[in-house]
Write a protein that binds this ligand. Structure first.
Ligand code: GLN
Length: 496
């Protein structure tokens, strides 16, 4: 039985192409055939881009024929798919919302463009929580994505489609976005590597904004090396995003260096947090022990204000979302409810129909929090808390090179299991402070939970623009736990 292309890694695909074992056209065709066969159950894709992939594959095959394949980019011939809040010229960018159901991108986001320039085969657009509000993909207007490890369970969110597509072995790399945990938590739930780079590492141009001071794009992959390669493709200054920074790092350079002599911080308060399940605590503690045995120095660090991160985020996030979503006014963008003769009722009806419940909750919350008299009581203190959390991390990094924590308090939950929005918000209790402070965070799988038998993830948290540090630790953990496997039912010999 031949290995499906989606179950291979980047290096394996490129080596196969270089050795002419298969052509890029075959990679594209095989990938779409597998998606057609498997994704009906998983529902990670909202749209596939056969034509674009065929054109990209033809360029790769021409280079192979001419002997110039080696001069092509890092992703030459490698299938990559994108979260549906990323513009790709000529595709629909729906953000999994009725509001943008028929919106066709007039341009391409820089993060997507960088992958195209690197020679990738663009495979399509991936399901998500509506406008990235959520932790389960249950708020998608087009139906949820299922977790490939257990189809009764959520893949996490908001980048649930991006994580599930990799876990199901449909593609080896995808892009997601993370405002409060939306790459790391689905990474943990689906047992794959997910990287939220330091704010400013990857351009946000062309990614539909949720919280502009918090949003960051990053990759999903089944190996740390593939995630690091994707970081090489994505990172760098973009004149179209004034918050993006120059980056000349080769994120793969440090992967083999190990952790001997590295100082890794653990936060006792996180390990004792209410709601953290025993199996996740055990999994994380075991990973710490492994790193100690590999020669890392484990240091306890204190992040005294991290417990206020959730409260600050649910002020700052909705305020920014409220402002960003004002553009969906049925005139410039988005669903337009027919038959209205005055603008006010057209706005009202269009937004009432176009937005789902969670989006409306955030918009109303943001609108209230930014109103006169209320603003001073919430928004301003939330910004002060932001500074305090950032200072906590700065102090911690005087003692350590990287911090380790759980990603999420538990493994993947069942559809409908969490109905209360505030309980859902707690999914991100360990990830949110990193978006608030802007440093880098990633999720790396460390085996299965002893109770649920579902993937457990460890979060590694880097100092600002030292994202290589966390990738280095992740690579060390990978030597112990192995690369992330394709979910059993979708692996070779599995049912799917
Ligand atoms: N789950 C969090 C929220 O709903 C984070 C989402 C995200 O990172 N996009 O806001």
């Amino acid at each position: 039985m031949t290995t499906p292309f989606g179950c291979m890694g980047i290096a394996q695909i490129k080596a196969g192409l270089a050795a002419k074992e298969f052509s890029a056209a075959e990679v594209a065709k095989g990938t779409f055939a597998r998606i057609a066969a498997v994704d009906e159950t998983v529902h990670s894709f909202l749209e596939t881009t056969e034509q674009m992939a065929a054109e990209a594959a033809a360029r790769v095959d021409a280079a192979i024929a001419e002997g110039t394949f080696g001069e092509m980019g890092l992703l030459a011939g490698v299938p990559v798919a994108f979260k549906d809040n990323m513009n790709l010229l000529g595709t629909r960018t729906t953000c999994s919302s009725r509001m943008l159901e028929n919106y066709v991108s007039p341009y391409t986001a820089t993060c997507v463009e960088n992958c195209l320039q690197a020679g990738c085969l663009p495979i399509g657009k991936l399901n998500m929580d509506e406008f990235a509000f959520g932790s389960s993909t249950e708020t998608s207007a087009f139906g949820p994505t299922r977790n490939p490890w257990d189809l009764e369970r959520v893949p996490g969110g908001s980048s649930g489609g991006s994580a599930a597509a990799v876990a199901a072995g449909l593609v080896c790399a995808t892009l997601g976005s993370d405002t409060g945990g939306s790459i790391r938590q689905p990474g943990a739930f689906c047992g794959v590597v997910g990287v939220k780079p330091t704010y400013g590492t990857v351009s946000r141009y062309g990614v539909v904004a949720f919280g502009s001071s918090l949003d960051q794009v990053g990759p999903f992959a089944r190996s740390v090396e593939d995630a690091a390669l994707m970081m090489n493709v994505l990172a760098g200054r973009d004149p179209l995003d004034c918050t993006s920074q120059p980056c000349s790092a080769d994120f793969t350079a440090v992967l083999a260096e190990g952790v001997r002599g590295m100082r890794i911080g653990v936060v006792p308060e996180f390990m004792e947090a209410e709601g953290l399940t025993a199996e996740v605590r055990e999994g994380v503690a075991a990973a710490v022990e492994q790193l100690r045995q590999l020669g890392a120095e484990i240091v306890e660090v204190d992040l005294p204000h991290a417990r206020a991160a959730m409260s600050a985020y649910y002020v700052l996030g909705p305020c920014e979302a409220f402002s960003n979503l004002a553009r969906f006014d049925s005139v410039r963008y988005g669903y337009c409810d027919p038959g209205h003769t005055d603008l006010g009722s057209q706005y009202e009806a269009s937004r009432a129909v176009g937005f789902g419940a969670e989006a409306k909750r955030r918009i109303m919350l943001g609108s209230y929090l930014l109103s006169a008299g209320v603003y001073d009581k919430y928004y301003y203190p939330a910004q002060q808390v932001r500074t305090l959390i950032t200072q906590d991390y700065k102090r911690a990094y005087e003692q350590v090179d990287c911090i380790l924590s759980p990603v999420a308090p538990r493994t993947a939950f069942k559809f409908g299991e969490i109905g209360d929005p505030t309980e859902m918000y707690l999914s991100d209790m360990f990830t949110i402070s990193i978006n608030i402070a802007g440093n880098g965070g990633m999720s790396v799988p460390v085996g299965l939970g002893s109770q649920t038998n579902l993937p457990v993830g460890v979060q590694l948290i880097s100092p600002w623009f030292k994202d290589a540090n966390m990738l280095q630790v992740a690579a060390a953990l990978e030597t112990v736990y192995g690369k992330a496997p394709v979910a059993p039912a979708f692996a070779e010999g599995g049912e799917a």
